[in-house]
Design a protein around this ligand. Structure first.
Ligand SMILES: Nc1ncnc2c1ncn2[C@@H]1O[C@H](COP(=O)(O)OP(=O)(O)OP(=O)(O)O)[C@@H](O)[C@H]1O
Length: 578
């Protein structure tokens, strides 16, 4: 566990960890010595050697005092170490998360991250605060006693020395069993945690399809799996503890037998034997505790490994120096033979080539699943491309710092997330320094002023977690107002399909015009009105740009576009005229 702990904390904490361990070791050895001194003390008393007994009493007092002082220091150090670990782990994970590729946050990763930063870090901290001390004491105090016992009777010492590797092996074996079952249990807990969230968040859909009353099969399967894994963990843990416990008891029994045999011998006094027996009890007691604690420490090591796995996710490589931009290219987007596929999935983009002129409005259209969202994610460098180049503002995104790239982009996606604050705070996220006039203008263009005027608390209305207190269309308006306020040279907009009624749709188009006054807009367009309001349309088919041009040009030149548009127009109640 210690190498894992140092790895996760970073080399700057190596000294502190080692010094804490040294204090722990000193405390355990002193405790062992203080107990071991009892045997010569009792021997001296029995032999009426009061001078010698006095000296041993002095040694006992000194060892007890030293053990108490060192115990206090190690306790304080342990407390400080636990706080340092808590701070450092949260700090390091936080600092790393903001540098990780945005694409990492899809899927189950977020549930795992949440578990690691809460219960995982807590388990590590509590194992340092509560397990390390008894564990080190449980190992070193018996070792010290075993060494001292050797001086009194080599046979007892020999049993202790021969038994030690067996005891050690049993501890390791049972800790491994527990560690392996903990891995399974963690995996099962992450899965059921995610399924519970899914079950709670998507109640409307589940109820509509009868999945709520008759049971939601994925959640039930996840809970059943967790139950089975829990049972397996219990069996493995008990098996491991039984094995360690039996080995310890056997060792103790053999030692007691030897003491009993010694009792028949001529030179050994009975009181000395009693002292030896007491010493043996102190030898075995801590070892039994170690057997219980080693499983907990192994689980903490698993947690440390999980933290390390997050820290090992490669951050986006940042260029050594910030990129230099040509101002004539501000707002330009270019994809050059871009190829990309999600991990363990078939390629989505198979050589995408297009360029978007600064200040223009370009619509990206294509069948569902054709890769439109992927293109916008790649433009914002959520993922690294497998081949080709993406240029934003005329410069390869890999040559820009994250701040430079993000400074040029406003993202208005369908799944708009608002933070649990007021409407004003959420809009101001676009640009903290915006004046009240600018805020009012953005609100007017995006239609946020209509929401603000309607709600009793106005700008101070709290939107709830994720913006739950607003409708889908209203959330997208807030998100557009943010983008308007940010005035980034490029806006990547995914037109909401489900959330827009006629009013919202008109507002989005009006905002689009306002956004295009400040920069370039690349919009994933679904509705006929949005498609036709673009200067240029890119048609995405089978991982490449199959055609591009104005709406009128494409209607004539590209059969696929014409039929797709006809379908959407029919859905929207439009009529196409020749
Ligand atoms: N995180 C992901 N991991 C694996 N595959 C993904 C991931 N996101 C998208 N895909 C797959 O990539 C393909 C393109 O998805 P994308 O969301 O870009 O399509 P789209 O054209 O935007 O679709 P829609 O119009 O339905 O939103 C789809 O086959 C999808 O299943």
């Amino acid at each position: 566990m210690i190498p894992s702990l140092i790895n996760v904390l970073g080399p700057e904490h190596r000294r502190a960890v080692k010094s804490y361990l040294a204090w722990l070791a000193a405390s355990a050895v002193l405790e062992g010595l203080a107990v071991a001194v009892l045997v010569p003390l009792l021997s001296a008393v029995l032999q009426d050697d009061l001078g010698s007994a006095g000296r041993w009493l002095g040694v006992l007092a000194a060892a007890t005092l030293a053990a108490s002082v060192v115990y206090y220091v190690q306790g304080m150090r342990g407390f400080t170490m636990a706080l340092t670990v808590l701070d450092t782990l949260h700090g390091r994970i936080g600092a790393h998360v903001v540098r990780m590729p945005l694409g990492w946050f899809a899927g189950e990763s977020v549930g795992r991250l949440s578990r690691i930063t809460t219960s995982g870090v807590q388990a590590i901290v509590s194992s340092i605060a509560h397990l390390m001390q008894p564990l080190v004491r449980g190992v070193l105090a018996p070792v010290t006693i075993a060494v001292v016992v050797c001086f009194y009777d080599w046979r007892l010492g020999l049993v202790a020395i021969i038994a030690s590797p067996f005891i050690y092996w049993c501890f390791r074996f049972s800790a491994r069993l527990l560690g392996a079952s903990d891995e399974l249990a963690d995996e099962a807990a992450v899965t059921s945690g995610n399924r519970v969230l899914e079950f709670a968040r998507h109640q409307p859909v589940l109820r509509a399809f009868g999945q709520s009353t008759s049971g939601y099969a994925p959640l039930e399967a996840a809970i059943e799996n967790q139950r089975q894994v829990g049972r397996k963990q219990l069996n493995w843990t008990l098996g491991g503890m039984l094995l360690s416990g039996t080995t310890i008891q056997l060792t103790f029994t053999v030692m007691v037998l030897i003491v009993v045999l010694l009792a028949g011998g001529p030179q050994t006094q009975s009181l000395q034997l009693v002292a030896l027996l007491a010493l043996l009890a102190r030898f075995i007691g801590p070892l039994a505790l170690v057997s219980e604690l080693s499983g907990g420490v192994r689980m903490a090591r698993n947690d440390l490994d999980r933290v390390q796995a997050v820290l090992d996710v490669k951050p986006l490589p940042e260029p050594a120096a910030p990129a230099v931009f040509d101002s004539a290219q501000t707002g330009a987007i270019a994809f050059e033979n871009v190829r990309f596929g999600y991990p363990q999935a078939t390629p989505v983009l198979k050589g995408v080539d297009f360029s978007v002129q600064p200040g223009s409005v370009t619509a990206l259209v294509g069948r569902s699943g054709s890769g439109k969202t992927t293109i916008t994610r790649i433009a914002a460098r959520f993922h690294e491309v497998d081949g080709g180049t993406v240029r934003i503002g005329g410069v390869d995104v890999r040559e820009q710092t994250t701040a430079q790239l993000m400074g040029q982009l406003s993202l208005v996606f369908q799944d708009v997330y608002l933070f649990d604050g007021t409407i004003a705070e959420n809009v101001r996220l676009g640009r903290e320094s915006a004046t009240d006039e600018e805020l009012a203008e953005a609100a007017q263009l995006s239609g946020v002023n209509e929401i603000v005027n309607r709600l009793p608390a106005g700008w101070d209305t709290r939107v709830g977690e994720g913006g739950a207190a607003l409708s889908g269309g209203e959330r997208q308006r807030v998100s557009i107002a943010r983008a308007l306020l940010k005035r980034a040279p490029i806006v990547l907009l995914d037109e909401a399909t489900a959330a827009l009624d006629a009013t919202n749709e008109a507002l989005v188009r009006r905002s689009l015009q306002a956004l295009s006054r400040h920069g370039t807009v690349l919009v994933i367009a679904h509705t006929p009105a949005m498609i036709t309001s673009a200067d240029r349309i890119l048609v995405l088919e089978q991982g490449t740009i199959a055609a591009s041009g104005s709406h009128d040009e494409l209607l004539v030149a590209h059969q696929g576009y014409a039929s797709m548009f006809a379908e959407r127009a029919a859905t929207a109640g439009w009529q196409l005229r020749a």
